[in-house]
Design a protein around this ligand. Structure first.
Ligand code: NGS
Length: 286
């Protein structure tokens, strides 16, 4: 009796551990963005498979576990469009994922780098993710063949962006949607914390990738179509060129590990149905 029981259990275990098909089946390909503004309640009903911002395929073992970090401020409508378009596409890829929306309090200039570092640290407290996706809230894949997975090199997934005429604005551009393995993100010491105000943090991120001798890959270049969602322009950072110049010498001390060394205040870490909401204050002196 016991032998029978345990062998059935083992069989069950084997079945449940079958890998999800990779590359994924049932993809749709290119599909324009849906820009309808659904209310949050409707969205959580439609995406009822998400629990506390997290999804895990039930019948197979996912190819990778992905932390999706979205730094925001004043982007409530764009966030709803993001959720409505991003969730079904990554869901069809049968990846395990959690969405972390990291929001900065009003007041000081926006600090995208520090918000991303915060998202990464908070995500890793939850689970050992394989990859981190850094996702602008206003740039969204139109094509589910853009796979949210990491490989041997950091990758930019947004290579044909609507607002630039379905191109990238310049060859070294590293904004939009980028993905790292957790090891790669740690090896480059994450994002810079010194950029206050719009611009520059993504350029420094790509310099870090080069400094540790990774290649910057664009694996889905042939399908990389991304729609852009309009919003008001953020305030530019005045020092961004100066900081870009000094980053070369300070980057090892300015990033993820620097953040670990300093106590920082998270005002909220709330698990909403579709995302984990992290709300934090950023003091310009730090
Ligand atoms: C560059 C910025 C980047 C920014 C890119 C695209 O000038 O951070 O424009 O901006 N670099 C500096 O400011 C040093 S966008 O057209 O999306 O607003 O990502």
């Amino acid at each position: 009796q016991t032998t029978f029981m345990s062998s059935t259990l083992e069989q069950k275990d084997i079945i449940s551990k079958q890998n999800c098909p990779w590359p994924p089946h049932d993809l749709i390909g290119r599909e324009p963005l849906n820009r309808t503004l659904f209310d949050p309640k409707t969205l959580s009903t439609v995406f009822g498979f998400m629990k506390k911002g997290h999804f895990k395929p039930q019948n197979c073992s996912p190819y990778q576990k992905i932390a999706v970090v979205v730094p925001v401020r004043d982007r409530e409508p764009q966030l709803r469009i993001f959720l409505n378009n991003f969730i079904p596409r990554i869901y069809r890829q049968q990846l395990e994922f959690t969405i972390y929306v990291v929001e900065q309090t009003p007041g000081n200039l926006f600090n995208k780098g520090m918000l991303i570092n915060t998202g990464f640290i908070e995500a890793m407290k939850d689970m050992k993710y394989d990859c981190i996706v850094i996702h602008d809230v206003d740039i969204l894949a139109e094509d589910d063949r853009i796979l949210y997975t990491c490989g041997d090199n950091p990758a930019q997934l947004s290579t044909k962006i609507q607002k630039y005429g379905y191109r990238i604005p310049y060859e070294r551009y590293f904004g939009g949607i980028v993905i790292f393995s957790t090891e790669q993100f740690e090896a480059i010491n994450g994002c810079p914390n010194q950029f206050f105000g719009w611009g520059g943090a993504d350029d420094e991120l790509s310099s870090r990738v080069r400094r540790v001798h990774y290649n910057l890959s664009r694996p889905f270049h042939q399908y990389g179509h991304c729609g852009s969602v309009q919003h008001q322009k953020a305030t530019r950072g005045t020092d961004r060129y100066k900081i870009l110049r000094i980053s070369e010498s300070i980057w090892k001390k300015d990033g993820l590990f620097d953040l670990f060394d300093h106590a920082y205040t998270i005002l909220e870490k709330q698990r909403k149905p579709l995302y984990v909401w992290i709300y934090r204050d950023i003091d310009m002196k730090k």
